[in-house]
Design a protein around this ligand. Sequence first.
Ligand code: A3P
Length: 320
Amino acid sequence: MTLVFNRYKDRLATLPKEKGWITENLYMYQGFWHQSSRRISVETVMALQDTFEAHPTDIYLATLPKSGTTWLKALMFALVNKNRYKHNRLSTHPLLVSNPHDCLPFIETEIYRNTPTYIDPHSPRLFATHIPYTSLPRSIINSGCRVVYLCRNPKDVLVSMFHFANKLREKSCDVMTFEETFELFSRGVMPTGPYWDHVKEYHKVSVDHPDNVLFLTYEDMKKDTTNNVKRLAEFLGYPFTKKEEAEGAVQGIVELCSFQSLSEVNKHGNLREDIRNHAFFREGKVGDWTNHLTDEMSCVLDEITKEKFYGLDISWDLSC
Ligand code: A3P
């Protein structure tokens, strides 16, 4: 890891800086803010751009942090491997004993590892990433592989990120107030933000290349999980047969990946030495922002969203 950080030290020194959420600083690279000297960091993005080789059969999940990545990782892993674990006793399913982040790794962390835990040589490789579309390794864009993008209401992303960041914040940094995170978020300063630019880029490629990029929202997934899971399965190339549907296979996967099930499995233990499994599970609801944002804050974010997403088919119930 240190080798990677050292390789890009000189480039890092030239980048604009802002206050970080989890680490001390965020660095602006290719129009987006990134942490430094962490597994998911600006140095990792640079290293991936220099070395990562995508396969045309790979499948990627792209998200901003706190958009429901853990949930979608579980669903995509369960769907692609549905035949592999079908005949086993349920208790042997990896999602009943491990964190979805161990089942479907980030390319950002794979750069430090040799073999991902559960990759089946007969299945496509499954990866996730928080990297903005602009900064994806060229081989991912050129390979024509499939990408699922999951987006979430910015106000819920802000609230979720606020809680997560304060749980993980480095000891040397003070706890951040909600007002402080709101101010940074609305200026676009958050890991792999600005939020709006990240969403807009992936939305555009999903419109231009619908066979390659599937654009989903957390809110739609919550509202109609069953039908969206079926849609996701089709996009991934693992559609449910009529027989599987009749046997309750869709419902089985929805329940296996539900907030209740995943948060129970991940009640204890650590993903890594510095991050508890349960840090990825908090409320798992739509609209918790109403408990945190003042009317004024909500209006500020609604105005930015309206302006940035003008003319795009992405909307939430905006209160202003
Ligand atoms: P909240 O903090 O609003 O509860 P990510 O996985 O991208 O880090 O996002 C974490 C958010 O997704 C958290 O939101 C978490 O509770 C929620 N989440 C995790 N697992 C979920 C699941 N199975 N279903 C719905 N939401 C889930």
